[in-house]
Ligand binder design. Structure first.
Ligand code: HEM
Ligand SMILES: *[C@@H]1O[C@H](CO)[C@@H](O)[C@H](O)[C@H]1NC(C)=O
Ligand SMILES: *[C@@H]1O[C@H](CO)[C@@H](O)[C@H](O)[C@H]1NC(C)=O
Ligand SMILES: *[C@@H]1O[C@H](CO)[C@@H](O)[C@H](O)[C@H]1NC(C)=O
Ligand SMILES: *[C@@H]1O[C@H](CO)[C@@H](O)[C@H](O)[C@H]1NC(C)=O
Ligand SMILES: *[C@@H]1O[C@H](CO)[C@@H](O)[C@H](O)[C@H]1NC(C)=O
Ligand SMILES: *[C@@H]1O[C@H](CO)[C@@H](O)[C@H](O)[C@H]1NC(C)=O
Ligand SMILES: *[C@@H]1O[C@H](CO)[C@@H](O)[C@H](O)[C@H]1NC(C)=O
Length: 377
């Protein structure tokens, strides 16, 4: 924070152009907020889109949604799903989107179910997005344009470590090793060798179970700061399932992902030629079934290393798969509240609106809504 405050002072003092519209406000002090907020253009958050009417398989790599290489300044991040949607124009190609655009894009491009789409998108928005401008960067850093000399990059967006992005990723290294979001060839080669060994050359849920366990063991043995508690605990398992559902052509939909198609998505952010999205909407219950198949062969409880390698201890305070509502409650009451201890005005209103949207899919899971900033009037 000290560095950040200094950077902000530099940026705000010397230049007309200030805070990027997609920069996250999370963790800013009251002072910083007082300086930044007046420079931002307010946007009223619109409610999340509902489910699609037509959830059949269909061609999604079409001429209007064809892949284009990155243009100068385009942002990409740790999520191969969102990176691909941006590179195919389902999301703004610059990588900066509203939550509603993200929900629409993951539904239209990949047939992701409405409940999980809302859940994941608003979780990300709450911790990594700019709640006042209603924009989220799918990566993080982007140089502030229009300053001379160019200002250093500001962190924010999905690359932000520990609130959503986390350790033991499939093809991205732990933040401890320096780069938490770029495609990592040596991790991909491990994925290939596991797919050869357990999937006859394809990635499937049997491979996912072995590889998820391997990635956790690897982090325990090499990363003294390894952290594997909620919400990362959940997203790690979910992300192991996603490729078997969303990256497999919908005319086949057999859960077997070839390595060349995998590389296209993970590295090149591209759908294969003629790609069809999967043949039914896959929401929380479908993904939970997959998570069970990944978790059960090697059950690992949430926990972390204690500042040295090979010191993994289970953390009984973290939500786990026996208590899904605790994932929600702790995320709202601890993570979001921790980032925004005392919001007021437009920021408070935006937080409450987004918390309400985030809760929508949880209501169907029998969870009780919590109000970390009091009940909005
Ligand atoms: C709905 C909005 C979504 C958001 C906000 C989101 C966000 C993220 C974030 C922050 C990560 C990084 C976590 C980490 O590894 O540390 C991630 C990883 C991942 N996401 Fe997404 N995601 C979304 C939708 C999707 C979709 C639709 C797909 C598949 C089509 C997908 C596939 C993946 C995969 C496979 C990874 C793991 C990458 C790796 O570890 O190599 N995501 N996502
Ligand atoms: C979906 O169906 C409903 C009910 O038939 C209709 O009101 C709505 O306009 C449809 N939405 C789209 C995007 O076609
Ligand atoms: C790739 O990941 C490995 C294992 O986590 C790590 O040691 C290596 O430094 C990473 N490479 C790059 C280029 O980040
Ligand atoms: C994530 O990676 C980026 C760039 O590689 C780095 O600048 C940033 O500091 C990393 N975040 C953390 C918390 O390590
Ligand atoms: C994964 O592939 C292997 C090899 O073909 C197969 O034995 C296994 O049943 C597959 N697992 C799933 C869940 O599809
Ligand atoms: C999707 O495809 C799979 C595999 O071919 C098939 O088992 C399933 O019934 C299909 N689902 C729908 C809704 O078409
Ligand atoms: C990435 O995908 C696009 C579209 O399929 C293709 O034109 C391009 O050659 C690919 N690039 C790499 C490095 O594979
Ligand atoms: C969450 O925080 C609110 C407001 O501080 C509090 O009233 C509520 O009891 C908390 N809920 C849980 C389950 O901790």
């Amino acid at each position: 924070m000290i560095c950040f405050a200094a950077l902000l002072t530099f940026v705000l003092a010397g230049h007309a152009l200030a805070f990027p519209a997609h920069g996250s406000l999370a963790g800013l002090s009251a002072d910083e907020l007082a300086r930044v907020l007046p420079t931002l253009k307010r946007a009223i958050p619109s409610p999340p889109p509902g489910p699609m009417n037509d959830t059949s398989a269909k061609a999604v790599n079409t001429p209007v949604n064809s892949w284009l290489p990155l243009a100068d300044g385009d942002i990409r991040g740790p999520c191969p799903g969102l990176n691909t949607l941006a590179s195919h124009g389902y999301l703004p190609r610059n990588g900066i989107a509203t939550p509603a655009q993200i929900v629409d894009a993951v539904q239209e491009g990949f047939n992701m179910g409405n409940d999980i789409a809302i859940f994941v998108t608003y979780a990300a928005m709450l911790v990594d997005g700019n709640l006042v401008t209603n924009l989220l960067s799918i990566g993080g850093k982007s140089s502030l344009t229009g300053t001379d000399p160019p200002a250093p990059a500001i962190v924010g967006g999905l690359n932000t470590h520990a609130v959503f992005e986390g350790d033991a990723s499939t093809t991205r290294a732990d933040a401890f090793f320096g780069d938490n979001h770029s495609f990592n060839e040596s991790l991909f080669q491990e994925l290939v060798s596991f797919s050869n060994k357990f999937g006859a050359g394809n990635y499937n849920l049997s491979v996912a179970a072995q590889f998820r366990f391997q990635r956790i063991q690897d982090s325990i043995a090499t990363n003294p700061t390894f952290s594997f508690v909620s919400p990362r605990y959940y997203t790690a398992y979910a992300e192991s399932v996603f490729p078997t559902v969303f990256f497999v052509d919908g005319r086949v939909a057999n859960g077997q992902l070839s390595m060349d198609v995998a590389r296209g998505f993970f590295q090149n952010m591209s759908m294969p030629p003629g790609f069809f999205r999967t043949n039914k909407s896959a929401g929380l219950s479908a993904i939970a079934t997959g998570i069970g198949q990944v978790f059960l062969p090697h059950p690992i409880e949430p926990g972390s290393n204690q500042g040295a390698v090979n010191t993994y201890e289970v953390n009984p305070n973290s939500a786990d798969f026996t208590n899904f509502c605790k994932l929600y409650t702790d995320f709202v009451n601890n993570t979001v509240k921790g980032l925004y201890p005392n919001p007021t005005g437009d920021l408070l209103n935006a937080l409450n609106a987004n918390l309400g949207f985030f809760f929508q899919p949880l209501a169907g899971q029998g969870c009780a809504q919590v109000f970390p900033f009091g009940q909005p009037s």
